[in-house]
Design a protein around this ligand. Sequence first.
Ligand code: Z5A
Length: 224
Amino acid sequence: MAGCFITFEGGEGAGKSTQIGRLKTRLEQLGQPVLVTREPGGSPHAEEVRAFILGGHAKHLGPFAEALLFAAARIDHLDKTIIPALRSGTHVLCDRFADSTRAYQGSVSNLDKGLIDQLETVTLRGVKPDLTFILDLPAETGLARAGARQAGKGEGADRFEKEDLSFHQSLRQAYLSIARAEPRRCVVINADQASEEVETAIWAALRERLPQMVQAAVRPLDVA
Ligand code: Z5A
């Protein structure tokens, strides 16, 4: 693919959206083409599935059925949004991706790992992130941040935010375990610090892992 595919993962309130916005700004200042997207969602049909799941309508079906719904949304997201962007040379910054299924449905909800592996294989069809930032912080801190943001907007908790503290603590360990298993793809970032410091750590890791992204983009020469 001509563009780079970067995913952001972590627990509630880890600061993924904040950091994706900051990275997008930095890359665009260099003339790099960037698309920001999210999961679940990121294409019209996948956004419909998002509303269904986060509204809590799939919870009674159990974690495997939820994983299938996330996978269905991911197939559409890949086909309609991610793959066309990467092929055209646009870098894709995605808020959550397949690691969220591994962490939320696989590890925390105790789905069989082999089942998750098979589902991932048929869903991704070989498309893997070039780099994944795992924003790590204590579950209590992330939940407090997410709660404060919701209170400010007058919103309620969604399907997963309603889970108890031990769920979110297990989630943190699940993400750290993914990072240990795939150190070439995953970078753990300490998200329990000021946004500016998190941004600096992400930029440093990007410079090291994907140096071609942190240079001014080469534009075609104007031909007189
Ligand atoms: N899910 C799943 O189970 N399986 C799957 O396969 C997929 C998803 C793909 C999607 O939720 C849910 O779906 C998710 C997992 C599940 N669980 N939940 N809930 P979502 O998309 O609605 O929300 P989220 O992905 O969990 O993100 P978030 O909670 O909105 O947080 P965030 O994007 O990581 O953080 P933020 O919005 O940038 O920051 C949160 C607040 O903290 C905000 O007020 C910021 O101003 C503040 N903030 C950010 N950084 C800092 C720092 N450094 N210091 C202090 N305050 C900060």
